[in-house]
Design a protein around this ligand. Structure first.
Ligand code: UTP
Length: 301
């Protein structure tokens, strides 16, 4: 089973980033030298995706324009060769009725295929480019799963921010069968500390289940509820945990965005070395203002 199609939901309101996202999509905020959603696109193309449906809205024209083939999405100041080679299509979600509703918009595009869902406001980084999604694709085929979800270990607060899975048997190294999943349960009710990490693979069965689920947490159509129904009908749903050194860079709120941007720019091949030096000096100065202010004018050495 080959996974070549992906759906990238990018139609959410991004209210946690107001006022920054009042008139611009959060998915277009930079992570280092590229918009977050381009990072997600490069990541999934690296795992074999050739056709991508972007779920947008009237407020997300900048996303649609960014992937316009005439605009060369990968373009940097001194390089006009785009690193993106997949075909990109757009469809609009009329109302932001939740992630499940966004995915449902991909039904015609996906047809009878298994497909990837990659949230457009997150990038998974790994020493091996596209490592987590490649492992998901591999396990999904090997164990003939109906859903395969990337997960990460979170602290107690994280159980109130993400869908949390209930792990069952380990099927192989780094492959866990799931027995349940709950949307943002909070630390008391959380069945584990393993949180859904922005990447999913599904069989088309997910669409029938999404048609049936009622609005759940936040009055939205929750993808988590359809996955739960999938587990309840005895289908195989897997989790692939992020490994040490692999991280989710998440644009969702100012704290996660600040960290994600810093990590991206500080590890950038071109700008990282200078900016790491600057960051170290700035941190010293902020802790002790008798230290040199790195933004004060200085004589060139
Ligand atoms: P979030 O729940 O993080 O996004 O959705 P949000 O609703 O935009 O955020 P806040 O809570 O208002 O700040 C994760 C991903 O799913 C997309 C978002 O664009 C984001 O990439 N999404 C969410 C949709 O495409 N449609 C929706 O109805 C909801």
């Amino acid at each position: 089973m080959h996974v070549t199609k992906a759906v990238v939901p990018a139609a959410g309101l991004g209210t946690r980033l107001y006022p920054v996202t009042r008139s611009q999509p959060k998915e277009m905020l930079p992570l280092g030298t590229r918009p977050a959603i381009q990072g997600a696109a490069e990541e999934i193309e690296g795992a074999g995706i050739t056709d991508v449906l972007l779920i947008t809205s009237a407020a997300k024209r900048a996303v649609e324009d960014h992937f316009d083939p005439r605009q060369s999405p990968g373009q940097s100041a001194d390089d006009d060769s785009s690193p993106l080679t997949a075909r990109y299509y757009c469809t609009r979600q009329a109302e932001p009725r939740g992630l499940g509703d966004a995915v449902l918009h991909a039904r015609g595009f996906v047809g009878d295929n298994h497909f990837l869902v990659a949230l457009g406001d997150c990038v998974l980084i790994s020493d091996e480019p596209s490592g987590p999604v490649k492992r998901m694709v591999q396990a999904h085929a090997q164990f003939e799963a109906d859903a395969t979800i990337c997960v990460q270990t979170v602290n107690a607060a994280g159980t109130s921010r993400y869908g949390i899975v209930e792990p069952g048997d380990g099927l192989a190294d780094g492959v866990i069968a799931l027995t349940d999943i709950v949307e943002k349960p909070g630390p008391e009710a959380a069945p584990s500390r393993l949180a859904v990490a922005a990447r999913y693979i599904f069989s088309p069965r997910i669409f029938e289940l999404l048609e049936e689920v009622q609005p759940g947490y936040g009055e939205e159509i929750q993808l988590t509820d359809a996955i739960r129904a999938m587990i309840a009908e005895g289908r195989r749903v897997l989790a692939i945990p992020l490994q040490p050194g692999e991280h989710r860079l998440d644009v969702g709120n100012f704290n996660s965005y600040g960290r994600a941007f810093m990590r991206s720019i500080l590890t950038d091949r071109e700008y990282g070395p200078d900016l790491r030096e600057y960051a170290a000096e700035l941190v010293q100065y902020l802790a002790d203002d008798s230290q040199p202010d790195p933004d004060a004018p200085r004589e060139e050495s």
